[in-house]
Design a protein around this ligand. Sequence first.
Ligand code: EPZ
Length: 424
Amino acid sequence: MDAFLIQGPSPLKGEVEIDGAKNAALPILFASLMVEGEVVLQNIPKVQDVLTTRALFKKLGIPCKSNKKEFVLDPRKLTKVVAPYELVKQMRASILCLGPLLARYGEAKVSFPGGCTIGSRPINWHIDGLTRLGAEITVKDGFVEAKAKKLTGASFRFPKKTVTGTANVLCAAVLASGKTCLSNVAREPEIQDLCHFLVTMGARISGIGTATLEIQGVKHLRSGAYRVMDDRLEWGTFAIAAAATQGDVVIKSHLNGGITRLLIKKLREAGATISVDTANQCTHVTRLGSLKHVNITTRPYPGFPTDLQAPWMALMTQAKGISHIKEHIFENRFMHVAELSRLGAHIDIHGVNEAVVRGAPNTLTGAEIMASDLRASAALVIAALCAKGETRIRRIYHLDRGYQGMETKLQKLGASVKRIEAPI
Ligand code: EPZ
């Protein structure tokens, strides 16, 4: 099992290019299952979750070809509608095939995704929304089984915002007969990207980017090509890493300014200097002076993303003073606290959803630590880059699920990062 060996402190300096967004690529890949023809997707990141999706497609009988950043699949070759346990347990996002398979083939059987380290993560609202459109859903022998002779448009309000829940019900509505109105939907840029993909393939969706989506069902989705958006979370991770390490980094991406606005505001409050060059699609992040403590509370988009909560905590270990970090999306997303503490960070957990960081710049020291989930891994990498001496981060496979070539990018930015094989 791979580990990272990082020598710190290591200010990041240079240029980094952002890859495609995992959390947009996955729903778009699964939505492609509804298309009646070849689908060509560009800017699909080379990350483990995409490889797992490819393995799942193979199980469904669908051949995929990929070269560089292009991914080509022909969903007409599908022979099965079952997502088995061994793949769903590797990637919870496999649940994203439920809505598309049901809509296109009238049935789907997906191993029930259990909880994970960041929370219990139920799928009751996916089930309620699909049921509202006419599906019959049972949970039996560890599988969610959905069937529908016909899906019919209806109104459904999500009790709370759910990203993959929105994706599943939206996909089903696209091929349902008549009109569907989904309210209180997730407005995440990745959901907007999914909508734009579906529209490119022939879907009729209005209200994209708002909390209410109106979908006029269509009979078929046609073959076509689409470029997946760049990864705002990878962008955020490098921007935070640049600020944390007193670096000087130019981040190149096609992301529009609105998507990164809140993070830029927070980073500026913390003392980073950020200049956005829209014409050249790059952002320059530097930090000369000391870092100030800045509180954050995670919220659905356009709020502060839960996926950057852990990296932000790593940043705040380098700030002067006390910062409060509140996690409002998942109930157990502080697994990184114990590992950051092993590097010398002073963090207390108050109640169930608040972490209090007593920042002390330049006091972290290298140690052996362990990644617990994808974004926690990114936080540990940032902390290790700030820490004096050598840090060994084990279980780096969590990072590989969602960041393409992280060590190569860090090395290009001057960091001493090595991937090594290490016992579990
Ligand atoms: C998506 O997960 C992302 N995954 C997560 O990214 C991200 O952290 C999360 O959205 C929040 O932004 C993908 O896009 C593949 P939710 P998802 O349904 O859709 C509760 C990463 O690191 N809920 O929006 O599974 C749920 O328990 C990952 O890239 C229900 O109670 O998250 C949570 O508390 C991790 N019932 C909240 O809603 C439901 O039916 C939001 O979860 C659905 C959700």
